[in-house]
Write a protein that binds this ligand. Structure first.
Ligand SMILES: [Fe+2]
Length: 170
């Protein structure tokens, strides 16, 4: 189904402090011992003219169901390449909101983040789009200064499946 969202170029969002290069290639991030409610996210990657992008690199990273990112390994991190129709599929868990302690100009301060998935999308021979995806109706969306309503997932009523199409600015 084509939606209005598909015609909007996906906004850039900050990378934040938690991206790691070299994530494993995989569609399934769920492993034994991961805390969180299961979520399957699917969608497509389009160029700005809405032609699908085959072979786009899509790299996800996120916290778990208690707000923790993994830095020792690659838990809840993974990349994949879109198929001939520009499709990707991610099997993961629902992230939760968390508080970041950030340092800026020698000062530390706390930033409360609403629940989000981080993602980088790169089509061949173009720059990388870095963005974040949000959950409709999450209680702290409107209190998060980074939140952008153009990056809200479509979520099924049971909350187990979600959909988001990326439109690249190229
Ligand atoms: Fe984050």
């Amino acid at each position: 189904m084509e939606t209005a969202k598909e015609r909007t170029v996906t906004p850039e969002q900050i990378e934040g402090p938690y991206w790691l290069p070299g994530s494993p290639e995989r569609q399934r991030l769920v492993e034994d011992g991961i805390v969180g409610a299961p979520l399957t996210l699917t969608g497509r990657v389009f160029k700005q003219d809405l032609t699908p992008v085959e072979g786009a690199w899509v790299d996800f990273w996120q916290c778990d169901g208690v707000g923790v990112y993994d830095f020792e390994g690659y838990r809840l991190r993974g990349h994949q390449y879109t198929d001939a129709d520009g499709r990707y599929r991610l099997e993961t868990i629902v992230p939760v909101e968390y508080t970041d302690r950030l340092e800026f100009a020698g000062r530390q301060f706390d930033v409360h983040r609403t629940a989000h998935l981080h993602v980088k999308v790169k089509m061949p021979r173009r720059q990388t789009l870095t963005t974040q995806l949000y959950f409709p109706g999450a209680p702290h969306n409107d209190k998060d200064q980074i939140f952008n309503a153009a990056c809200i997932l479509e979520l099924s009523s049971d909350g187990r499946t979600a959909q988001f199409d990326f439109v690249l600015p190229w």
